[in-house]
Design a protein around this ligand. Structure first.
Ligand code: ATP
Ligand code: MG
Length: 292
C-alpha cells in the first residue's frame, strides 16, 4: 500500500478528521507482518541519510504535530532510530520563552531549520502558533489568521533553499488518548509525563480539530505536504511514517558527490608505498635470519 498517496492532504482539500478512522491499520496488515517492513524502511532511511549528508545540497525537515499522547516522542524514538546522530537533530517547541515571545513567531523555528545535508525533526513547531495560540485566544484572530500565508511563504523559502518538508499529523481518538493518560497514571515510570493541563486540553478537542483542519487545508502544499496518520496503533503509525519518509527521500535524487581527488593516482601512490614497506620488511627479516 502506498501510504504517501493514501494519507496525503491534497493542496486545498478540506480535511474532515471525524471521517478518518484513527484505528485504521491498512489492508491485510498485521503487527507481526509490519515489523520487518518497518525495519526495512528504517534501513533505507539510514542509507538515504548517508547520501543526503554526502550530497550536501539538500535537507529534510520533518514536522510532527498532534494532540497530547498521540505519539510524537514514539515516532522520534522508533522511526529515526537508524539515522546517524551526526547529521540528525530533534528540536521540541514548548511555550515560548520571554525572549522567543518578544520576536516574531517564526524566529525561534527558523534558526533550527536544517542546513544542507541535515535532517531535522520538529517535535511541535510553528504550527502551535495557529493551534494552541488560536484555541486559547493568546493573540487576536486578526493576528493568527494572517499566519497561514506567512507559514506558506516561510516554507516556500525553505524549499527553494533545498529543504524537503514533510508534515505529519498523528491522528488519535479521544478514547485512545484517555487510555494512554490512564497508562501514564498507572505506570510509575511514566507518572512524570502526566499534567493537569492534559485533561483540561481534552475539553477543547473540537476546537483543536477545527484548528488542525483549517491549518491542513491552508498549508498543505506540493513542496510541504501534510499527511494525516492514523495513530491509535503505534506499529501502524511507525509503518506509515517510515514508508513515507523513505519513499520521499528516495525521490530526492540524492547522489554521492564525485571524489575530490584522483583515486587512481592515490591508489598508485599509496599502493606502491605499501608494497615497498612490505618488501623492506621481508628484506629486514631475511637479514635478521642470517645474523642468527
Ligand atoms: P508530551 O507528549 O510529553 O506531553 P509535549 O510536546 O506535549 O510532550 P509539554 O511540555 O507537555 O510537551 O507541552 C508543551 C506545551 O507547549 C504544549 O501544550 C504546547 O501547546 C505549548 N506550546 C508550544 N508552542 C507554543 C506557542 N508558540 N505558544 C504557546 N504554547 C506553545
Ligand atoms: Mg504534553
Amino acid at each position: 500500500m502506498n501510504y504517501r498517496k493514501k494519507f496525503l492532504v491534497e493542496p486545498g482539500a478540506k480535511v474532515r478528521l471525524s471521517k478518518i478512522d484513527a484505528s485504521y491499520t491498512g489492508k491485510n496488515e498485521t503487527h507481526e507482518k509490519a515489523l520487518p517492513k518497518i525495519q526495512a524502511h528504517i534501513e533505507r532511511m539510514d542509507t538515504l541519510q548517508y547520501l543526503l549528508y554526502a550530497d550536501g545540497s539538500q535537507s529534510l525537515l520533518v514536522v510532527l504535530q498532534a494532540l497530547d499522547a498521540a505519539g510524537k516522542d514514539g515516532v522520534v524514538r522508533h522511526v529515526f532510530s537508524g539515522m546517524n546522530p551526526q547529521g540528525t537533530f530533534v528540536f521540541g517547541f514548548k511555550q515560548p520563552s520571554k525572549e522567543e515571545a518578544a520576536h516574531d513567531f517564526l524566529w525561534r523555528v527558523h534558526s533550527r531549520t536544517p542546513a544542507k545535508g541535515e535532517v531535522v525533526i520538529f517535535n511541535r513547531s510553528h504550527y502551535e502558533d495557529v493551534m494552541v495560540v488560536r484555541v486559547h485566544k493568546l493573540v487576536p484572530r486578526s493576528v493568527w489568521s494572517k499566519r497561514y500565508d506567512l507559514i506558506n511563504d516561510f516554507e516556500t523559502m525553505l524549499s527553494q533553499n533545498g529543504a524537503t518538508i514533510l508534515k505529519f499529523f498523528l491522528h488519535i481518538s479521544p478514547e485512545e488518548q484517555l487510555a494512554r493518560f490512564k497508562q501514564r497514571l498507572d505506570d510509575p515510570s511514566r507518572n512524570w509525563k502526566i499534567s493537569e493541563s492534559d485533561y483540561s486540553e481534552r475539553e477543547l478537542w473540537p476546537q483543536y480539530v477545527e484548528a488542525y483542519e483549517d491549518a491542513m487545508a491552508l498549508t498543505s502544499t506540493k513542496h510541504a505536504p501534510w499527511y494525516v496518520i492514523p495513530a491509535n496503533h503505534k506499529w501502524f503509525r511507525n509503518l506509515a511514517i517510515s514508508q513515507i519518509i523513505a519513499d520521499t527521500m528516495d525521490g530526492m535524487g540524492l547522489q554521492l558527490p564525485p571524489p575530490r581527488v584522483n583515486i587512481a593516482d592515490i591508489r598508485r601512490k599509496y599502493h606502491a608505498a605499501e608494497r615497498e614497506a612490505k618488501d623492506g620488511e621481508k628484506r629486514r627479516n631475511k637479514a635478521a635470519e642470517k645474523v642468527k
